[in-house]
Design a protein around this ligand. Structure first.
Ligand SMILES: NC(=O)C1=CN([C@@H]2O[C@H](COP(=O)(O)OP(=O)(O)OC[C@H]3O[C@@H](n4cnc5c(N)ncnc54)[C@H](OP(=O)(O)O)[C@@H]3O)[C@@H](O)[C@H]2O)C=CC1
Ligand SMILES: O=C1CO[C@H](CO)[C@@H](O)[C@@H]1O
Length: 327
């Protein structure tokens, strides 16, 4: 284990599994265009491992499992890491909610990753869509499928029983949907991965999940700065440039990104900033040598404005779309 990776704080899931609180996001650089230059991700994973990252947030939808797997297996072969030191999260996409297909879908992901098991498997969204990943109707809306996330959850549990994944969880589930899962689960989700940053703190959902033994993972922790097309005139603009974030960065002699990442670590929220560039990966990883005061944490919390950068407009008509009700 490299000295830098030993710095990473581990959290304990409700099943006893220990997981690094900080990981690397792997969603692509270019907004919403699948299949962009994925060799970038191969290089990104290798440099992240050299820096000390051990937790990688992946998804079938990201279309890059093969490159993530190649990089990880290369580093295992080189003797830099052992499989058991790496924590892979992967996600079941919306078109694979049919309970009959879930186990085989995870097996397909494992083949691409060239791994025998993953560490955490999530239902990516509560909505279920038809066969192709983003099939749309004449109004450009996703086409809804018939499957219930409750049945899908039962199939996720089978994945644990078969040893294909150590843990299972959910992503983008609102409070009612988490309650639904808790009502039928034999295996409780370990995390709910949701958008989270000072403009969207989701404290009610956080408290509810934590009371039920479920941790939050923060996606878009830097405010997904490459998603300007999602921003409107009414928003405050780019989170990384927020005056309060800048002020605290100057105070603690850290960068704006480091303040946003440390904010989540101190709230006990797993955090998965994405960067393909070694210099920024290093910056985002170097968050262990300072502590934000309670007062400054409160100032960051006070920036909340329930602002979502990830809304998925073509899904807003669907019955299980999570953001139509207040969380
Ligand atoms: N469950 C879900 O539905 C979702 C999950 N996710 C997951 O969460 C991860 C993180 O979210 P994401 O949307 O990528 O957004 P982030 O908030 O992590 O922002 C990533 C962007 O910020 C840039 N960046 C990274 N570090 C810095 C830095 N130190 N200073 C300035 N800019 C920086 C990156 O560019 P560069 O690469 O050039 O450094 C990239 O463009 C995803 O990669 C994915 O794994 C994301 C969305 C939805
Ligand atoms: O994980 C994800 C990455 O971002 C996409 C939107 O741009 C989301 O649809 C997806 O859930």
């Amino acid at each position: 284990m490299s000295p830098s990776s030993q710095l990473v704080k581990m959290v304990k899931f409700n099943n006893g599994q220990q997981y690094p609180i900080l990981g690397l996001g792997t969603w692509q650089t270019t907004p919403d265009i699948q299949g962009t230059d994925q060799t970038e991700m191969y290089e990104a994973i290798k440099s992240a491992i050299n820096i000390g990252y051990r937790h990688f947030d992946c998804a079938a939808y990201y279309n890059n499992e093969k490159f993530v797997g190649m990089a990880i297996n290369e580093k295992i072969k080189e003797g830099v890491i052992k499989r058991e030191e790496i924590f892979i999260t992967d996600k079941l996409w919306n078109n694979k909610h049919n309970p009959e297909e879930v186990v085989d879908t995870l097996k397909d992901s494992l083949k691409l990753l060239c791994l025998d098991y993953i560490d955490l498997y999530l239902i990516h969204w509560p909505m279920s869509t038809t066969e192709t990943p983003v099939a749309r109707d004449s109004q450009n809306r996703f086409i809804e499928s018939i499957y219930s996330y409750l049945d899908t959850w039962k199939a996720m549990e089978r994945c644990v029983q078969l040893g294909l994944t150590k843990s299972i969880g959910i992503s983008n589930f609102n409070m009612k949907q988490v309650k639904d899962i808790l009502g039928i689960a034999t295996i409780i989700p370990v995390v709910n991965q949701v958008e989270n940053h000072p403009y969207l703190t989701q404290n009610k959902l956080k408290e509810f999940c934590e009371t039920n033994g479920i941790l939050l993972t923060a996606y878009g922790p830097l405010g997904s700065p490459y998603r300007p097309y999602k921003r409107t005139k009414s928003t405050k603009g780019i989170l990384l440039d927020d005056p309060m974030v800048k002020k605290l960065a100057a105070k603690y002699k850290k960068t704006n990104a480091q303040i946003l990442i440390r904010f989540q670590i101190q709230r006990g929220v797993l955090v998965i900033p994405k960067s393909s560039h070694p210099v920024r990966q290093k910056e985002n990883f170097n968050v262990w040598d300072f502590e934000i005061s309670t007062e400054d944490m409160d100032s960051l919390e006070s920036l909340n404005q329930n602002l979502r950068y990830v809304k998925i407009e073509p899904a807003q008509h669907m019955k299980d779309y999570p953001f139509n009700e207040e969380l």
